[in-house]
Design a protein around this ligand. Structure first.
Ligand code: NAD
Length: 298
């Protein structure tokens, strides 16, 4: 039987519509709307295109949105002062610094200067700690893992007591999603295993996964025979495997042999159109949550 496709493109639409509704409600109640500032340093085309997409989405949702485009040669002190300005701006709920930053600037120092309550990317060590503690402590979850968990929940996949195997142990995907799935709560309560490059028998672990989350960045790493029949497969990998000569666009593939895997799995995410579209939606959801939290505590 062919697997049910979990479409990130469709779930993203649902989430953005829900956020839009919440923002309209805030306006109707006379409250201020969520505020997001994007800080872009330099003119890298890739960074400009990521930031443009975030700005466009924030505008469509009715957020207050500020763009800070700074020159490539900005000093670290000036960038830190800019962050401080928005840390103290009561109308700003989310501060986004687009990476990478130029060499004269220490990325870590800059990211750690963001007020954790406005760190909608959730990479600040305080937010990593809050995620580990779980429950009400964790206001935000990092966007890609949050998108993965949302897809699992919205596809009605049973997580309580499920064997979850996470391939990859990065700070932005593998480690946080593993911790989130192991916590008490909705879309969690799972028994989690993390596997990585030093794991002895990757296949054996994958084969017992009720939910297999793959974030390795290796095209075709997960073979169809490693997939438990009827399981849910979340493919986070985005790999450029060629170029479409007609469109000039990159051909993308995930870490799972999708065509064969969809004949074995119960549910599966495609690449593209799976986890990818979820990330910006979750960033917007984090900004909304930050505003709601700030309004509640003001
Ligand atoms: P990373 O390179 O930081 O980490 C990859 C992890 O996979 C490492 O922990 C490594 O141990 C493990 N790994 C690599 N090769 C392996 C192998 N052969 N066997 C077992 N484990 C192996 O990568 P990342 O930032 O976590 O991203 C992973 C993939 O997810 C990439 O393809 C990336 O493009 C994609 N990604 C997508 C989104 C999105 O769609 N929004 C967001 C983040 C990352």
């Amino acid at each position: 039987m062919t697997a049910e496709i979990i479409s990130g493109t469709e779930i993203r639409k649902e989430i953005l519509a829900e956020i839009k509704e919440d923002v309209a409600k805030m306006k109707a109640e006379g409250k201020r709307v969520p505020g997001l500032v994007t800080i872009l340093v330099g003119e890298s085309p890739a960074s400009i295109s990521y930031v443009t997409l975030k700005i466009k989405t924030a505008n469509e949702l009715g957020f207050k949105e500020i763009q800070e485009n700074q020159p490539e040669d900005i000093s670290e002190a000036d960038l830190l002062a800019l962050i401080d300005k928005y840390n103290n701006d009561p109308e700003i709920d989310g501060i986004l610094v687009q990476l990478p930053l130029p060499d004269q600037i220490d990325d870590k120092k800059v990211l750690n200067a963001i007020n954790p309550d406005k760190d909608v990317d959730a990479f600040h060590p305080v937010n990593v700690g809050r995620l580990m503690i779980g429950g009400d402590e964790a206001i935000f979850h990092p966007c890609t893992p949050a998108g993965i968990q949302e897809m699992i929940v919205r596809s009605n996949t049973e997580t309580s007591g499920a064997e979850v195997v996470v391939v990859g142990r990065s700070n932005i995907v593998g480690k946080p999603i593993a911790m989130m799935m192991a916590q008490k709560g909705i879309g969690a309560n799972s028994t989690v295993t993390i596997v990585h490059t030093r794991t002895k028998d990757l296949a054996a672990h994958c084969k017992r996964a009720d939910i297999l989350i793959v974030a390795a960045g290796v095209p075709g790493l997960v073979k169809p025979e490693w997939i438990k029949p009827g399981s849910t497969v979340i493919d986070v990998g985005v790999n450029r495997i060629g170029m479409n000569e007609k469109t000039g666009k990159a051909i993308l593939s995930g870490d799972v042999d999708y065509d064969a895997a969809k004949e074995i799995a119960g549910k599966i995410t495609p690449v593209p159109g799976g986890v990818g579209p979820m990330t910006i939606a979750m960033l917007m959801k984090n900004t909304l949550k930050s505003a709601q939290y700030a309004l509640k505590n003001s």
